[in-house]
Design a protein around this ligand. Structure first.
Ligand SMILES: Nc1ncnc2c1ncn2[C@@H]1O[C@H](COP(=O)(O)OP(=O)(O)OP(=O)(O)O)[C@@H](O)[C@H]1O
Ligand SMILES: [Mg+2]
Length: 160
């Protein structure tokens, strides 16, 4: 592929918020993301670093299509992410995924690790059940977990 895998151009997200000012509540604008541009190439690792509140999560949420930009555009493999529909959107959801910060609010406490790991493969319609179980075993091994970790619930792990 020519060009970057992910291209973010002049991205903006401005939130309307109510601010207290004495007895009154005034409407104000928080420029959570304002004119942000970057590119990520294929097989490249990209880190977005900055002080708390500088807009990292808001930027990521727009890349994940959880939030609509107020300005700018996000292109993945050349296509405008926010105009994707149908099969193209389905493909994007498979290709771009998030690991959220807080495991206890991201992982279902009612699901065993095996099912947590295989659920996205299930949703993506990938592989037969047998192959998914093998893939889960392999993935656990890759991150240094024993195979029997698959039978545990999230709370049975240490926080780290
Ligand atoms: N839904 C919202 N409504 C109003 N303001 C918001 C909303 N979401 C985020 N903000 C504000 O936008 C700014 C950027 O927030 P964001 O969460 O993107 O920052 P961050 O870089 O991820 O911070 P941290 O390092 O603390 O995670 C902050 O001032 C935040 O309060
Ligand atoms: Mg954040």
């Amino acid at each position: 592929m020519s060009g970057p895998l992910l291209s973010v151009r002049s991205l903006a997200r401005h939130f309307r918020v109510k601010r207290r000012q004495g007895l009154w509540r005034r409407s104000a604008t928080v420029k959570a993301v304002d004119d942000v541009s970057f590119e990520v190439g294929e097989a490249e690792t990209f880190g977005l670093v900055g002080e708390s509140g500088c807009g990292k999560t808001t930027t990521s949420r727009m890349v994940l299509r959880l939030e609509r930009p107020d300005g700018g555009e996000i292109r993945f493999a050349g296509a405008d992410v926010h105009t994707l529909r149908g099969q193209a959107l389905f493909g994007y959801r498979l290709a771009v995924q998030a690991v959220f910060q807080d495991p206890y609010s991201s992982l279902s406490p009612r699901m065993r690790v095996r099912n947590i790991v295989t659920e996205p493969m299930d949703a993506g319609g990938q592989q037969a059940p047998r192959a998914r179980a093998d893939a889960a075993r392999r993935l656990l091994g890759l991150v240094g977990l024993r195979p029997d970790a698959a039978d545990l619930y999230p709370h049975e792990f240490s926080g780290g």
